[in-house]
Write a protein that binds this ligand. Structure first.
Ligand code: NDP
Length: 310
């Protein structure tokens, strides 16, 4: 019997390819040529999603397996309308994404990149001790988002500070103070960490007013999505000194990053790598393939997105 078809959008590791090819006939996106009736599954990622023309070219599509917990690039309404199951990779990346938030917070506050450059440039010998930096001990931290990753960030933060609050639309059963007002929370904290999904509901939630509330000594950490922050307003606030510091893993038009940020010593920039360790990416890849295998076995997926109605 011939194997069912799988369309691969974006990359896949060797390990994922082996598992895909054991169960499916794999077509890569660039090789898709018009309508394909044999393809029942798509493996994609949160950045590329499934573009509408591809959805239209796959009349028998039944399941989309997304490599990543964020799936804002996938048109979930269109999938629901066609009864297409969508899975993602929650939980397996919680620790590494939370570690990246902490890494950025410490890296910015202790000026790690600046001081590394100081040593390499011979300034320690030439100019003496590096300038002092800031401590995060007992800092007041606000977390925008208290889901799987937000809670893990909060747990890890308790090593540094007891002063943790969070903002979400609904309060959670967690031992941290709830704030129903993002701006009030930003005004009250030293460090604001964003870890909410992307998409219209969170678009530019961290706007100029929130940045002003965070203030000239405040630090913004974004490990969520670039769309969550008004990036132009953030760059301007940093330039004006209205916002003190930023640690950023994600950007509005990534991989393009506003060049104005390149000059700033009070900013740490990462190329969207919060989950990008060998260990976590392997676990994510396994979950992508496990979801597809499960679909072949039972017609269900292991980790459906919450919007899945089938
Ligand atoms: P969860 O769904 O577990 O948590 C999402 C949290 O965001 C919930 O607490 C939710 O609470 C809150 N939230 C959602 N919408 C809003 C809103 N409009 N205003 C305020 N709070 C809101 O997701 P995860 O913790 O697993 O992941 C969160 C996101 O992190 C992902 O969707 C992804 O975009 C990003 N991410 C980034 C990575 C990177 O590489 N930088 C890696 C992994 C994830 P409530 O519904 O009550 O508002």
């Amino acid at each position: 019997m011939s194997k069912p078809g799988l369309l691969l959008i974006g990359g896949a590791t060797e390990r994922m390819m082996e598992r895909f090819e054991a169960e499916f006939t794999v077509t890569r996106k660039d090789d898709l040529n018009g309508t394909n009736d044999a393809i029942i599954a798509v493996a994609t990622n949160g950045h590329d999603g499934v573009p509408a023309p591809i959805m239209a070219a796959l009349p028998n599509l039944k399941v989309v397996s997304c490599y990543g917990v964020g799936y804002d690039a996938i048109d979930t309404a269109a999938c629901n309308a066609r009864g297409i199951l969508v899975s993602h990779t929650p939980n397996v990346l919680n620790d590494d994404v939370a570690n990246t938030a902490i890494l950025l917070m410490l890296g910015v506050s202790r000026s790690v990149v600046r001081d590394d450059a100081y040593v390499r440039a011979g300034n320690w010998v030439a100019k003496g001790n590096a300038p002092l930096t800031n401590s995060v001990e007992n800092a007041k931290v606000g977390i925008l988002g208290m889901g799987r990753i937000g809670e893990r960030i909060a747990e890890k933060l308790t090593v540094f500070t007891p002063h943790i609050q969070y903002h979400t639309r609904c309060p959670k059963d967690v031992p941290y103070s709830y704030s129903d007002d993002l701006m009030a929370m930003a005004a009250d904290v030293d460090i604001l960490i964003a870890i909410v999904p992307g998409g219209p509901a969170t678009d530019k939630l961290i706007n100029d007013d929130v940045l002003n509330a965070l203030g000239p000594n405040g630090m913004l950490i974004n490990v969520a999505r670039g769309s969550v922050v008004d990036e132009a307003a953030m760059v301007k606030a940093l330039q004006d000194g209205r916002l003190g510091y930023a640690g950023l893993d994600v950007f509005e038009a990534e991989p393009k990053v506003p060049e104005a940020l390149f000059e700033m010593e009070n900013v740490l920039l990462l190329p969207h790598v919060a989950s990008a360790t060998h260990e976590t990416r392997r676990a994510m890849g396994d979950l992508v393939t496990d979801n597809l295998s499960e679909y072949l076995k039972s017609g269900q997926v292991l980790t459906p997105i919450p919007e899945c109605q089938t």
